[in-house]
Design a binder for this molecule. Structure first.
Ligand code: OSB
Ligand code: MG
Length: 368
């Protein structure tokens, strides 16, 4: 495979409802897509960075700049390299994992399409469908939260994840536990909103039989996660802190986390995500697939990843309609609380180019 050019597309998609987390409220998704054009066909990748640097240090315009100025030129200087060499080709750029992941995914998509291999086959997936959960934003009040959760339960979601922050935690969790009953799978995600002073407060969550509490403290603070894990019965799960397989091993060995949320964008791509999956499996730590409000392009790859053996908890792999009235690809639809793993070449989905043009924030940038 020889890369001939790379395009950066920037689009905006309205969300079906605002999504509020401890770091802010979103009403639209600002998305960067990468298309690689090669002598054997095209490939697509989606950048999961948010519009602002509030989940991690990355943000869409920053990712766009580093792709344009560093990552894409590196690929164009070595256009024949297989996707497996991409990581070392761009290792001179520190961080910027979401930007790297988007380009690597586009290369992987092109490479696998050219050999009629699906992402799932390449990753070593063992399932043809995956159990789906849904991430529920912080609601205006408990009644609207219960309305929203009831809707997702009716749609068949197999697990509910509630976003929490100080002052919006114990009561909403209590109300949703009552709604779901003792058997309903329920977990919470704090997106770093707490500090060590909140450990006693967070122990109240033990009353609600949660699957896990996700990332209560800041990314760099492994020590406070260790302290919480020792003080609470609810399993602690890291998201933001886990930047690659080595960090995962370290956090597990130090007992900061007993479950890991894997997001390919956060760890620099699907190849590294597979490595995180593998080291967690070796250490006996279950994983689940996180999400970043992806369009069908990113969702397809996530569903393939989530079909690997050690993804034993339902992921944030929701149906397209969770966020979008119309998806950029053929939509992902829940059947009995599950999504079907795509089997076509590469990601297995097709970008609807008419929508790409309709939703464009600016003309695509082409580098060759
Ligand atoms: O922490 O998992 C998170 C969305 C944006 C940024 C961070 C997170 C999330 C979600 C949504 O929880 C997951 C999804 O449904 O895509
Ligand atoms: Mg999270």
């Amino acid at each position: 495979m020889r890369v001939e050019s790379v395009e950066l597309h920037r689009i905006a998609m309205p969300l079906v409802r605002p999504f509020e987390t401890s770091f802010g409220r979103q009403t639209a998704r600002d998305i960067l897509l990468v298309r690689v054009r090669t002598d054997v066909g095209d490939g697509w990748g989606e950048c999961v960075a948010m519009a602002d640097p509030v989940y991690s240090s990355e943000y869409v315009s920053g990712a766009e700049a580093v792709l344009r100025d560093y990552l894409i030129p590196a690929v164009l200087r070595t256009p024949d390299a297989p996707v497996e060499a991409f990581g070392s080709l761009v290792s001179f750029v520190i961080g910027h994992r979401m930007a790297k992941a988007a380009l690597e995914t586009a290369l992987l998509d092109a490479q696998l399409r050219s050999t009629s291999t699906s992402f799932a086959t390449y990753f070593g997936a063992v399932r043809d469908e995956v159990d789906c959960g849904v991430s529920v934003g912080i609601a205006a009040d408990i009644d609207s939260l219960l309305d929203e959760v009831s809707g997702y339960v009716a749609e068949g979601y197999r697990r509910i994840k509630l976003k929490i922050k100080p002052g919006r935690d114990i009561e909403p969790v209590r109300a949703v536990r009552e709604l779901l009953g003792p058997e309903g799978l329920l977990q919470v995600d704090a997106n770093t909103a707490y500090t060590a002073a909140d450990i006693d407060h967070l122990r109240q969550l033990d009353a609600f039989d949660l699957l896990l509490i996700e990332q209560p403290f800041v990314e760099e603070d492994i020590a406070t996660h260790i302290a919480l894990a020792a003080a609470i019965e609810t399993p602690v799960c890291l998201d933001e802190s886990i930047l690659n397989a080595e960090v995962a091993i370290d956090a597990i060995e130090r007992r900061a986390t007993s479950i890991i949320n894997i997001k390919a964008g956060r760890v620099g791509g699907y190849l590294e995500a597979v490595r995180v999956h593998d080291v967690c499996a070796e250490l006996g730590v279950p994983v689940w697939c996180g999400g970043m409000l992806e369009t069908g392009v990113g969702r397809a790859a996530n569903v393939a990843l989530a079909a690997m053996e050690n993804f034993t908890l339902p992921g944030d792999t929701s149906g397209s309609s969770r966020y979008f009235a119309e998806d950029l690809t053929e939509p992902f639809e829940l059947h009995d609380g599950r999504l079907t793993v795509p089997t076509g070449p590469g990601s297995g989905v097709t970008v609807r180019e008419e929508l790409l043009a309709a939703w464009a924030l600016r003309p695509p940038l082409t580098l060759s």
